[in-house]
Design a protein around this ligand. Structure first.
Ligand code: SAH
Length: 221
């Protein structure tokens, strides 16, 4: 895909510094994830005014109330979710399309990524970003993600990139494949903080595998 072109981009020094720091800190460990973060040009998923900040470790606004999460957040989510080649995956909250592009790299051509976005302008922004960066195979659907996306369920992995108030919507657990992982920021108590949680379905039941710590996401509306 765009890997060679990307290696020569003016962002490459900043990118390698940041990813190198994540590797050094043990936040990035899996070669396929390191490769994906290297090859997906984060700068290309941002509005022009935000691009100079693409490889700073900050969340950045992309308009219409959406934020592209900080690079360390994607490193953390992808290391926890263990996406594998060939899997069918679902993302809730497409935003810029950057997260969906990383997922597409990891599941590769044999896999598929569906991403659901509530705001039409953002769905269009993401579709454009994905197409221009060679990710035409990611399907962006403009619907309410609380209902998931039943047509291609079950999904081996579901990543929710907006904060769930109280609990993960039941439809999303229903659409998770047997043995599959679901990752979501959940604010269990009003006024409390959201915790990134990793769940697994086994024998039809959902169990919490781990709490990955406090996180900040825009709300799932
Ligand atoms: N993963 C994105 C960032 C997500 S920001 C990226 O890589 O850029 C959270 C997104 O969730 C926003 O775009 C917001 O519009 C969307 N969102 C909020 N509530 C939603 C809902 N009910 N269904 C689908 N998308 C929703």
């Amino acid at each position: 895909m765009a890997s060679d072109k990307n290696a020569a981009s003016p962002f490459s020094i900043q990118r390698e510094q940041l990813l190198g720091a994540f590797i050094h800190a043990g936040l990035l460990r899996t070669p396929a994830i390191i490769r994906a973060m290297r090859e997906v040009a984060r700068e290309n998923f941002l509005p022009p005014s935000m691009r100079p900040h693409a490889w700073e470790d900050n969340a950045l606004p992309v308009g219409h109330g959406a934020t592209l999460s900080a690079p360390h957040m994607y490193a953390m989510m992808l290391e926890a979710a263990e996406l594998k080649e060939g899997q069918r995956c679902l993302e809730i909250g497409t935003g810029s399309g950057y997260g969906a592009a990383l997922m597409a790299k990891l599941v590769d051509k044999k896999g598929s990524v569906y991403s659901v976005e509530l705001v039409e302008e953002l769905a269009d922004f993401a579709k454009r970003n994905l197409a221009e960066n060679g990710f035409g195979n990611v399907r962006v659907i403009c619907v309410d993600g609380k209902a998931g996306y039943p047509p291609f369920s079950p999904y081996a992995r579901i990543l929710i990139t907006a904060e769930c108030a109280a609990a993960v919507p039941a439809a999303l657990f229903e659409q998770l494949a047997e043995g599959g992982f679901l990752l979501a920021p959940v604010r269990e108590h009003a006024g409390g903080v959201a915790i990134l949680k990793l769940y697994q379905k086994s024998a039809g039941r959902i169990s919490l595998l781990s709490d990955l710590g406090p996180v900040l996401f825009v709300p799932l509306r």
